[in-house]
Design a protein around this ligand. Structure first.
Ligand code: COA
Ligand code: MG
Length: 325
């Protein structure tokens, strides 16, 4: 291990994160009763400019009046370049009571964006005598944000997670797509011509770099990497594929932009029975190997070593969190 240690953010289940527009208060109770691990009430892009103030009032009432149970509760504020953001922070922290856990900051472009919000949040919290420190969820969804991702991830002790905002990111880098997440038919490879063989076209994952990069920046700073939205909520197979590839790259969860995506995300981001059993066998085998003074062993014809213990322990810890053990 490096002599530099990485402190993990507070552990929270973040398998599914339900987006709820602040302008649709009739959805709030449904969100509170859903199985989502995290709910974020949105003041940003799901709210039209004329609705910004009523949405803020709706959210303040919902923070005070709705029983959110043990959910992690977040509010997505407007961007730092808008005339709404300062009042989002001040009104929500001054009037919303103590229930709020996290604030989601969209379109973060530089570490100074996070610093500015930390300063404002700290002032209001201190003035209010707020006991619970609000954590930050940061959306990486621009070329600038991706270019500065390491500094952004390290910018505040309030930081808990990095989220990949695929639609704004696509717009920012001028990618050739108007979908919200998912693959693109132009992003693929054609296999070489070979005698007698039909050439195959393989679709690739055009978001691979962004998600892998985000996972690295998040983990290097003890934060949760979270995959953002998949807009086609009528395509559960597509959602499953997107969620599985994000999980394979290390993400802890994914947004749900419709309630139908919640159960899928909870299931896909919980380690399977099979994975847990395999991890436990690795731990048992390595315990035995270490008793015998060996750092490496074989299990089912494959090498396992001390790194395998860390992988297995990380999986078992996630499984325990998912089951509340
Ligand atoms: N939170 C809680 N409940 C929701 C919900 C949400 N985000 N979206 C839909 N529902 C409820 C509906 O009220 C409906 O409830 P009912 O069965 O009691 O009538 C049920 O789930 C099925 O909804 P449906 O009719 O299929 O969806 P819709 O047409 O009302 O809304 C969307 C579809 C996509 C507009 C809506 O899901 C939505 O606004 N999602 C969030 C979008 C968002 O926040 N985007 C910003 C981040 S990318
Ligand atoms: Mg966005």
């Amino acid at each position: 291990m490096s002599f530099t240690t990485v402190d993990p953010a507070p552990a929270r289940l973040n398998r599914s994160e339900l987006a709820v527009p602040g302008g649709r208060p009739e959805l709030f109770e449904k969100a509170a009763r859903s199985q989502a691990d995290v709910v974020f009430l949105d003041l940003e892009d799901a709210v039209a400019p004329v609705e910004k103030e009523p949405a803020r009032r709706n959210i303040i009432s919902a923070l005070r009046d709705i029983d959110w149970g043990d959910k992690t509760l977040s509010v997505r504020i407007n961007g730092l370049d808008t005339p709404y953001m300062y009042r989002d922070v001040i009104d929500i922290l001054e009037q919303g009571g103590e229930r709020l856990d996290l604030m989601m900051i969209p379109k973060v472009g530089a570490a100074s964006d996070v610093y500015a919000l930390d300063m404002l949040t700290t002032q209001v919290e201190t003035a209010m005598g707020r006991k619970k420190r609000v954590g930050f969820e940061l959306i990486i969804e621009s070329a600038l944000g991706m270019a500065n991702i390491d500094a952004i991830a390290a910018a505040s002790p309030r930081n808990e997670s990095l989220h990949f905002g695929v639609a704004d990111y696509a717009a920012s880098i001028q990618a050739r797509t108007v979908g919200i997440g998912g693959p693109h038919p132009d992003y693929g490879v054609l296999t070489d011509p070979r005698d007698g063989e039909t050439r195959a076209y393989h679709w690739g994952d055009m978001w691979h770099y962004a998600i892998a990069r985000l996972a690295v920046a998040a983990r290097a700073n003890g934060l949760r990497p979270i995959d953002g939205p998949f807009g086609d909520f009528s395509d559960p197979d597509g959602f499953r594929a997107q969620a599985n590839r994000a999980a394979a790259l290390g993400c802890e969860g994914k947004w749900a932009i419709h309630p139908s995506q919640i159960d899928e995300a909870n299931a896909l981001f919980s380690p399977s029975e099979e994975d847990i059993a395999a991890a436990r066998r690795i731990l048992q085998t390595m315990e035995q190997a270490q008793k015998e003074g060996r750092g490496a062993a074989s299990l089912d014809g494959k090498l396992i070593d001390i790194a395998s213990i860390r992988q297995a322990e990380s999986l078992v810890r996630r499984a325990d969190r998912a089951t509340g053990a």
